[in-house]
Structure formats: C-alpha cells, structure tokens
Design a protein. Structure first.
Length: 401
C-alpha cells in the first residue's frame, strides 16, 4: 500500500487562505469535499492534508500552491481602503474576479521575493519618491529620467505594441512587477498598483487597448512613486462630489500625460507652433500627434487643453466621440472574441510579466524549484515551457545553450 505523503504546511496559512477567500468553514469544506471537522483539524494543526488535498485547497482558494509554503501569511492588500471607483460603477463592491486578481498579484509578489532570496539576487528598492506638491511636469521629468527613456527613444518605436512593451520593460528594469489580467471586464478595473518599496506591483487590464494600457502603466507608476497604491479611476471627472482621492487621481493622470507627452516637446511640434490660441483640432491632426507619441487621441487633446491650445468644451465634445467609438470597437471585439488572440505561451508571459517569469525559470534551471512548481507559479501546462523559454531567452535558444 502506498504511504500517505503529508503536505508540510503551516496551519495558519491554511486558515489565512480560507478567510482571505471569504469562505466560511462550511462553504470551504463543501467545495473541497471533506468533512468540516477534518478541515478544522488541518487549520488547527492537529492533522495535515495530503499533497493532493493541498492542491484541491489551492484550487478552491484560487492560490498558487507555493503560497502555502511561505514562512508566514502574506500581508493582505487593503483593496476596500484603496478602492477607486470606475466612473460607470454602480457601487464599491469588488467583484469576485477582481478579488482573485488582487490575490494572484499578492501571491506572485511573495513568490518573487522568496525566489530572489533563493537565487541570491539583491532586492531592488524603488528609490524614486516624488512629492505631490510639485507640478505634474516636474514629477514627470523625474519619472522619465528614472526610467531612462528619452523622447527620441519614444519617437523611434515602431508601433503601439512596441511602445507598450518598451514602457513595461523600463518599469520592470527598475524593480516593478508588471502583471496583466486576461479576462477581467474593464468595468471592474483598468489598473491597480500595490505600493511597496521592494517589488511593488502594477496590474493592467489586458482587455484595454495597447495605448490605454500604456497610460495605465504610467498612471500607476505615479501612484507608486507617491507611495500611494490602489485600484484606479483614470477619468478626470465624475458625477460625485470631488474628494481627496479624486484630486490624487487627477494629479496622477496629469503626471502620466506629462511623462508620455512632455509639454516642452508638444509646444515644439509644427502643428502646435502654427496654431495661435484656442482652436478646434481636426481628427487627422490629433491622430498624427497621437501616433507620434504612441498615446490615445484623448491624451493628446487633454495636453492641448493644458498648454492652452484647445478649449475644455472642445475636449469634452471630442472625448464623448472617442468614447463612443471605443465602445463600438469593444462590442465588435466581443463579437469576434475568438479571433486575433496571440499564442498561449505569449499570453502566459504577458499575464505574469517578463521579470517574474524569468525569475521562475532561473530558479528552475538552478534546481531550486521543480517543474511542477513552474507550472503552479506561472499557471501554465508544462508543454508550453519550451515556447516560453524561446520567447524570453531567444539567444540561448538559437545557440542551444
């Protein structure tokens, strides 16, 4: 008879995972298909689950298996405290899908910290701290310098996906973990950040457009630089009475816009220099500037307002047009949701981020973790591992090293 193999996990992690999943002991026991008394014994430390039972727990609680082997429960992200409403949201209730994404991000961060320790990698601290009393342009200059992306480099990018990947890699190079959701509705979240000095996180919604995700990345990095994370509303106006949170959102929007489209650069554009005072801009001219900076037309229009080249009324009218066009594109995408998806292995890298994925693979190469751990940490089947390796390490794949 095969011997029973117990999972050597701390009972407090089992208790934490259940409570953080907002499940009662009875609900959890039913989903796991064990008696309530047995689950109580696991959580008290009287008994231990087997490895297969632990995998069932991880599946029910929507946690990577590795989380249960951490030395202590991770700090819980206070999402309700940091929550920032989307403008069309009905209430402040976090959806189950968003709750899962928050937990995944926190778990991956804890795994990354442990992998860095095992690999002997130094912790990269986010050294940049900005002051919200400074103008958005000054803070934007500090962020662009910190990320080491010049305006000339930005103009050299070939398309919006090149721009998205370049900004994302710049953030990961300074120690930010960048994750992307795959199926979360945009009404739930466009972006959020987890503010920590070591391995802070930015999560963007993969349902958003590439240029929308670029703006979200810089908006969230502004929050991180202010040590102020949360789930963000990227719109500048709402029907609610303005609050301190709204003011911070507007400020981070302006910082993001100033990073992506510096006023000094925009003022030197021939299209802008030829204009004098407020005027209505043609769609062609706005699109031309948007394509040069690889941002949305709305970002360009907002910047034109801020430099005194367009009126607030014109901006409001055009924004309604852009949002309606965007809604129509979203509806078309839903109708054609089975077309245009990148290969699965690329989606795995997009979802987990390059920095985190590389850490997992390097730990595997050094025999710090098993192939099954890789599957759990990246939430991927092992058959895709070769393609993921070729994506992240193309030179090594080409030389066979």
């Amino acid at each position: 008879m095969a011997s029973r193999v117990d999972a050597l996990v701390k009972p407090e992690l089992l208790l934490w995972a259940r409570k953080d999943s907002r499940l009662s002991i009875e609900e959890a026991a039913k989903k796991i298909d064990v008696a309530v008394d047995r689950l109580c014994q696991w959580e008290s430390g009287e008994l231990r689950p087997t490895i297969p039972q632990l995998r069932k727990l991880a599946s029910v609680y929507k946690r990577p298996l590795a989380v249960f082997y951490l030395p202590e429960p991770p700090k819980t992200f206070d999402a309700m405290h940091d929550f920032r409403r989307l403008p069309d949201g009905v209430d402040d209730v976090i959806s189950p899908g968003l709750s899962i994404e928050i937990r995944r991000a926190m778990a991956r961060r804890e795994i990354a910290i442990e992998l860095a320790r095992q690999l002997g990698e130094p912790n990269i601290e986010l050294a940049l701290r900005v002051d919200a009393r400074e103008s958005a342009e000054i803070v934007a200059d500090q962020i662009r310098d910190y990320l080491a992306i010049s305006i000339q480099t930005q103009f050299s990018w070939s398309d919006q996906y090149n721009a998205l990947n370049s900004w994302r890699m710049a953030l990961e190079d300074v120690g930010v973990l960048v994750f992307q959701t795959a199926h979360l509705p945009l009404d739930d979240m466009r972006g959020m950040s987890i503010s920590e000095d070591i391995l802070p996180c930015i999560i963007v919604n993969g349902q958003d457009s590439p240029r929308g995700r670029v703006f979200t990345l810089l908006h969230e990095f502004a929050h991180l630089s202010l040590r102020n994370g949360g789930i963000c509303d990227l719109h500048e106006t709402t029907m609610r009475r303005p609050t301190q949170t709204d003011a911070m959102e507007v400020y981070c929007n302006r910082v993001a816009g100033a990073v992506l489209v510096p006023s000094a650069s925009l003022l030197q554009e021939p299209l802008v220099r030829r204009s004098s005072g407020l005027r209505d801009w043609s769609d062609e001219d706005v699109a031309s500037l948007a394509d040069k900076y690889w941002v949305s037309r709305e970002v360009i229009l907002r910047k034109l307002v801020l430099i005194g080249a367009a009126s607030e009324d014109f901006y409001a009218r055009k924004r309604e047009e852009f949002e309606e066009a965007y809604r129509q594109r979203r509806e078309m995408q839903k109708l054609n949701k089975d077309s245009g998806h990148p290969p699965h292995y690329r989606m795995v890298v997009q979802r987990n981020g390059i920095r985190y994925t590389r850490m997992v693979l390097e730990a595997y190469y050094e025999d710090r973790i098993t192939a099954r751990d890789v599957s759990d940490f990246l939430d991927v089947r092992l058959k895709h591992l070769g393609a993921i390796e070729r994506t992240l390490f193309p030179t090594a794949a080409a030389t066979g090293s």
